[in-house]
Write a protein that binds this ligand. Structure first.
Ligand SMILES: NC(=O)c1ccc[n+]([C@@H]2O[C@H](COP(=O)([O-])OP(=O)(O)OC[C@H]3O[C@@H](n4cnc5c(N)ncnc54)[C@H](OP(=O)(O)O)[C@@H]3O)[C@@H](O)[C@H]2O)c1
Length: 262
């Protein structure tokens, strides 16, 4: 138990992957948690994992909500404040990825879907959370992607909209710095979560294929990202804002030799 005792962390996309692991990391520090997702069963599993770290049952609030529904997003902040009375850290993690090229038939549909979930809902939720974060002098961590900094293969819409996440991070950081609210992002490479299975790589080959993408020679794990999120939200990062931190085994620094490799 540490510096997050008595603080409240709101995590979207907490029912799976990076968000679920982030919840467990903050639970181990004693934070009150507001956990958001659409799948109640998987949200409950995350809540149980948090309690297994020693967090009291009344320190975990699960909120079933669809980030693409404005009324749901409003309810997320209202429920958190009604239950805990404060908000210290917002982790904007819920998101999706889709494969496309500019010339794909699906590009406009993909672009609109990803804009709504990966960008618009984050702007809305952050806007609603800001008064509470100003009161607590809290912080925001956005989960972006390597694709915000580099052009990932077959990810036209996702690349553009993750660049928007990075610029959103910088805009918020500058906007909120006078109020002592810090805003940063993490930019993961390929992390072993259910999201990766949507990219057409056979499940048994995912680790091997993704290991080759990263100079450090392995796939990323949710804990790699969760520990960076916790760091950026902590006092250890008190002079860091507007940062987009690569968690990608060095992939952002690497120049691929063969076109068509991702
Ligand atoms: N895995 C990677 O390689 C990787 C790399 C770079 C960036 N990222 C980013 O990391 C974030 C987390 O991804 P992940 O890899 O952990 O994927 P994941 O395991 O598939 O988790 C995605 C989470 O987002 C939630 N979500 C999706 N649509 C939602 C909606 N409309 N409303 C509310 N919640 C919604 C899901 O919850 P429900 O299904 O319960 O709604 C789930 O908890 C994403 O933003 C992704 O872009 C991932």
């Amino acid at each position: 138990m540490g510096e997050f005792v008595g603080k409240v962390v709101l995590i979207t996309g907490a029912s799976s992957g990076i968000g679920a692991e982030t919840a467990v990391h903050f639970a181990a520090e004693g934070a009150g948690l507001a956990l958001v997702g659409r799948d109640e069963g998987r949200l409950e599993k995350t809540a149980q994992d948090c309690m297994a770290k020693g967090l009291a049952k009344d320190k975990v609030l699960t909120i079933k909500a669809d980030m693409c529904v404005e009324e749901d997003v409003k309810r997320i902040v209202e429920s958190t404040i009604t239950y805990f009375g404060r908000l210290d850290v917002l982790v904007n993690n819920a998101g999706q990825a889709k494969l496309d090229l500019l010339r794909s038939e699906t590009v406009m549909e993909n672009f609109d879907d990803l804009l709504k979930l990966n960008v618009r809902s984050v702007v809305q939720l952050t806007n609603l959370a800001v008064p509470h974060l100003i009161t607590s002098k809290g912080s925001v961590v956005n989960v972006s992607s390597l694709a915000g900094k580099r052009v990932a293969h077959m990810s036209f819409s996702y690349n553009i909209l993750r660049a928007a996440t990075d610029q959103f991070t910088r805009c918020c950081a500058v906007d909120l710095a006078p109020k002592s609210v810090r805003v940063n992002a993490v930019n993961p490479g390929a992390i072993k979560t259910p999201l990766l299975t949507g990219f057409g790589i056979p499940a048994e080959q995912i680790e091997e294929v993704c290991a080759k993408m990263h100079p450090l020679g392995r796939i990323g794990q949710p804990t790699d990202v969760a520990s960076a999120i916790k760091f950026l939200a902590s006092n250890a990062a008190s002079f860091i804002t507007g940062e987009t931190l690569s968690i990608d085994g060095g992939r952002h620094a690497y120049c691929a030799r063969e076109l068509g490799t991702i």
